[in-house]
Design a protein around this ligand. Structure first.
Ligand SMILES: Nc1ncnc2c1ncn2[C@@H]1O[C@H](COP(=O)(O)OP(=O)(O)OP(=O)(O)O)[C@@H](O)[C@H]1O
Ligand SMILES: [Mg+2]
Length: 297
């Protein structure tokens, strides 16, 4: 109704890059997609925008960060670090705060106490738009809309066709797009209903890497992929984007074991961190996860 139309309108200004491309590509499609995208991006910016620009990622340091939602403390005293070029893994049981944590890093949620430093400056002081251009993210919910594979990767942004197709290749979308009659012009269906779980995940990864972000955040983005496909994608990413930094939330230890550091979340806290080898020695939780997954590989 009117309220939705108004929201969509407002969104056009808050998310101009995302929407404009879609509007131009195909208006009818865009209107159908609008509601879906609206749902997706309905993370209104509730807090003040910063003034500083940022173009390059050096590091993130999270110091004693806590976050309350309503009256519940969902993140407790988080200390975390990632430097340029590092690949960081995050593991933890369901509901342990992994997604919420990632959302603070792109300013979709604001810490209640403590601080997030991006290149040694409080993340609050940067323009949100800049932060979200620097950091590519793929959240675990599947945010595909009823459009072509190409449009789902491009996601309405001002990204050249070459870059979109390159991202698709890196994320191994090529593998199944080529098999489809219309290739990248094939329709993914409502919420990607024409695609398998692993195909949807590859589209989401392609979408996240298409703008060549300095820092890539993948929340449970590879759970439906087999290990060889997953490895191939990460090898491609590292080959194409040499300086890229990655934060990877995963379910499988095999997804994170080569990371520079792995953080273990439990009940909103980071209970342990280290390399795969260190955690195998020091963390009972990690040992348990490793043991339970050993026979499935
Ligand atoms: N919008 C919200 N409002 C209130 N509480 C929330 C909200 N989103 C998540 N939570 C709560 O915060 C806690 C952490 O949720 P989060 O989604 O970060 O878990 P997770 O580690 O990502 O789990 P999973 O592995 O299932 O994805 C949960 O207890 C959840 O119920
Ligand atoms: Mg999650």
């Amino acid at each position: 109704g009117d309220v939705n139309a108004f929201n969509a309108y407002v969104q056009l200004f808050t998310m101009p890059l995302l929407m404009l491309g879609l509007m131009i590509t195909s208006l009818g499609q865009a209107m159908a997609s609008l509601q879906r995208i609206n749902e997706i991006l309905n993370t209104p910016i509730k807090f003040e925008d910063g003034k500083l620009s940022i173009k390059n990622f050096e590091d993130i340091k999270v110091n004693n960060m806590s976050l309350n939602i309503d009256d519940t403390q969902v993140l407790k005293n988080i200390n975390f670090e990632i430097k340029k070029g590092e690949k960081i893994g995050i593991l933890g049981l369901t509901g342990s705060g992994k997604t919420i944590f990632l959302k603070t890093l792109i300013r979709a949620l604001e810490p209640t106490s403590g601080e997030i430093l991006l290149n040694n400056e409080n993340i609050k002081n940067y323009k949100i738009k800049d932060v979200r251009e620097l950091i590519g993210f793929s959240f675990q919910e599947n945010f595909l809309f009823n459009g072509t594979l190409f449009e789902n990767i491009k996601f309405g942004r001002d990204i050249s066709k070459e870059k979109v197709l390159k991202a698709a290749k890196i994320a191994d979308v090529d593998e199944f797009a080529k098999e489809m009659k219309k290739g990248y012009e094939s329709n993914g269906g409502e919420r990607g209903s024409n695609l398998s779980g692993g195909q949807k995940q590859r589209i989401m990864i392609a979408r996240a890497i298409a703008p060549k972000p300095d820092l890539l955040i993948l929340d449970d983005a590879t759970s439906r992929l087999d290990i060889s496909t997953e490895n191939r994608i990460f090898d491609n990413i590292k080959k194409e984007f040499k300086e890229i930094s990655i934060i990877l939330v995963a379910q499988k230890i095999s997804s994170v074991k080569d990371c520079d550091r792995i953080y273990i979340f439990d009940e909103g806290k980071i209970v342990e961190y280290g390399t795969h080898e260190e955690l195998l020695k020091s963390s009972v939780l990690y040992q348990e996860i490793e043991l339970s997954q050993r026979n499935h590989e």
